[in-house]
Ligand binder design. Structure first.
Ligand code: FDA
Length: 579
């Protein structure tokens, strides 16, 4: 066996979770190695919806513009269409992904970033390139086999798939970002809730110029309600845009109890023809693969020095587009904690907050995504399309909505209502942005529990409560306009205060740990010309917010405090696991 290779953090997997863990750790100067089983990064589009929170993470990690440069913009994402085929009848649309004018305004108010469509085979190279440029060592064709851990570290056995031999890597911490069939999570014995293999799905990646059916109603998703579309899958047949309007991916279900069909090119073409509905358009099948809809989440994300992130801990269908978003956000939550523990600033106890903060989010995401599949059924019901019937009967039911009868008018209303309800899948701004953390790394400020003024799944509610991400407000510094989110992050804590907050500034400077200070007010380094920060900060000018490196508020004090030094020292002791 070759000599042992050593590093601080070994990451298994180069998907969104592993690549972003590597990027964050290298950005923070933590030595890390990524091992990944295959010879290349993702070679199919897979995840694509990239929400504002993820874009904020990527902004902090310095790759937001690299993503924007390659992504399909938000304005081309949002006419989610329900139809009998692309060439067939349209049943209705949902303005999605922030393209409803009111939701668009909410998106603009919520974040300095914009949602976009960034297919996974384009996203992974951006993350990995930046990670490697900043110090990550990446080993392709290297398969994780097993690990053992002791008080000082983890010894991982990997197999070099080129040479065929195995060797050991010794790391202080191991991150299992090895996807939905995670062997790291299994070997670490992470307890899982839920079930795998709930339904069967097939992805068919193809090229075809479909502009004549799509350019006038630009969207990321076209849902097809046709015979067979309720079998397995993700609620209906799906034609998903990979690159407008020539690259596509179809998601089509199969009966999981019967097993996946034989994925021949002829079979793939027949599915494409059915969903596109035009036999004349040239189609090139690129690939097809079968996968299952899962509903599973880990109750605990770590065991000792082994941490899991991404699909290793939450496994769910693509509905709501949450998979890679949640994976990237997991890693961002974990990376700064590992950094501070590794450099001795924090006690290992800080790492317990990873499960406490991310496991509830993972469970919520798994539940939401599966619920969204079920919420497609009322659209079929409105067309009397759920009961067993011949294709002719289904087409007749669909045609019946055009009648002049009272029954047809009721059917049209039911259909409109059922389609409109899908905002919970396609415009759930609150699901994207209302994450709240409760853990020992968050210090409640004694204010009453938060109540949401509007539906928390649909609407973002900004707050500076400890456990929430710092609200976004445009502020200025000289001639520069920047977001409050731009003042935090970069691997360090930030203290925000205003005029009269000198005691907080002194307290921050006196700590052993680097804390950036941001004073907002007239004549200060940062000004609030629109008054947005004054409206959103929920503290008086002389109060203070202590924001963690991941942009979440850890401590809040609404007013000036003569004993700011003691308050801040105690808060940091608890946050960093020393209390
Ligand atoms: P991922 O599976 O991407 O990566 C795992 C990595 O581990 C790979 O690099 C693999 O090679 C490696 N690996 C596995 N075992 C290993 C071993 N033993 N040794 C070494 N390496 C190993 N999500 C989203 O946010 N928005 C969306 O719109 C969609 N849409 C979507 C559509 C479809 C059709 C699918 C199937 C999925 C989505 N998703 C999604 C989900 C998304 O693809 C998924 O959640 C992420 O890829 C998860 O990222 P991870 O990095 O956790 O795992």
């Amino acid at each position: 066996m070759s000599p042992v290779v050593e590093t601080d953090v070994l990451i298994v997997g180069s998907g969104p979770a592993g690549a972003s863990a590597a990027l964050a750790l290298s950005t923070y100067g933590v030595p890390n190695i990524v091992v990944t089983r295959y010879a290349s990064l993702a070679d199919t589009p897979r995840a694509h919806i990239t929400n504002q929170r993820t874009m904020e993470v990527l902004r902090d990690l310095g790759v937001e513009q690299d993503v924007v440069a390659q992504a399909t913009g938000q304005h081309l994402m949002g006419n989610t269409t329900f139809c009998t085929s692309l060439a067939g009848e349209e049943l209705g649309r949902v303005r999605s992904w922030g393209n409803d004018p009111l939701v668009q305004a909410a998106h603009e108010l919520a974040s300095p970033t914009r949602m976009c469509d960034m297919p996974q085979h384009l996203m992974e190279p951006v993350l990995v390139d930046a990670a490697v440029a900043r110090g990550t060592s990446l080993r392709f064709q290297t398969e994780y086999l097993s690990h053992t851990q002791d008080a000082d570290g983890v010894t991982v056995t990997v197999r070099d798939r080129l040479r065929g031999d195995s060797y050991e890597i010794r790391a202080k911490y191991l991150i299992g970002a090895d996807g939905g069939r995670s062997k790291v999570a299994e070997d670490a014995g992470l307890p899982m809730g839920g079930q795998m293999g709930v339904a069967g799905s097939i992805n068919i990646v193809f090229e075809a110029d479909l502009a004549k059916y799509t350019a006038h109603r630009p969207s990321t998703l076209y849902w097809v309600l046709a015979p067979g579309a309720t079998v397995g899958g993700i609620g209906a047949g799906l034609v998903r845009c990979v690159r407008p309007w020539g690259e596509w991916m179809i998601v089509w279900g199969y009966d999981v109890t019967a097993g996946a069909p034989d994925l021949t090119t002829e079979y793939a073409e027949s599915v494409v023809r059915q969903l596109v509905g035009d036999d004349e358009i040239p189609v090139t099948i690129k690939s097809s693969s079968a996968w299952t809809v899962n509903e599973m989440y880990a109750e605990t994300y770590s065991n000792g020095r082994v941490f899991c992130a991404g699909d290793a801990t939450h496994r769910h269908p693509p509905s709501n587009g949450l998979g890679s978003n949640t994976s990237i956000q997991d890693s961002y939550n974990l990376a700064w904690k590992l950094k501070l523990v590794l450099d001795g600033t924090a006690a290992p106890k800080l790492l317990d907050s990873y499960t406490a903060e991310r496991a509830p989010i993972g469970k919520q995401v798994v539940t939401r995504a599966n619920q969204s599949i079920g919420e497609t059924a009322p659209i079929f019901e409105a067309l009397d399309g759920l009961s067993p019937q011949t294709p002719e009967q289904l087409w007749a039911n669909i045609a019946a909505r055009k009648d002049t009868t009272e029954a047809a008018e009721k059917q049209r209303a039911r259909l409109r209502e059922a389609i409109a309800f899908k905002v919970y899948e396609f415009n759930a701004h609150g699901v994207d942005l209302n994450q709240r953390y409760a853990s020992d790394a968050i210090i409640p400020d004694g204010t009453p529990a938060e109540t949401f003024a509007r539906d928390p799944e649909l609407h973002h509610q900004p707050t500076s409560r400890p456990g929430a991400r710092i609200p976004h407000a445009w502020i200025t510094s000289g001639t520069r306009t920047l977001s409050t989110l731009d003042t935090v992050g970069k691997g360090r804590f930030t203290l925000l205060t205003g005029i009269g907050g000198e005691s907080w500034v002194r307290a921050a400077a006196a700590q052993d740990i680097e804390i950036a200070t941001v004073i907002v007010g007239p004549g200060q380094e940062y000004e609030d010309p629109y008054g947005d920060w004054a409206r959103l900060s929920e503290i008086s000018d002389a109060g203070a917010l202590l924001v963690r490196p991941d942009g979440f508020v850890a401590f809040r004090h609404a007013t000036a405090a003569p004993d700011a030094g003691t308050l801040l020292t105690d808060a940091l002791r608890q946050i960093l696991g020393h209390a």
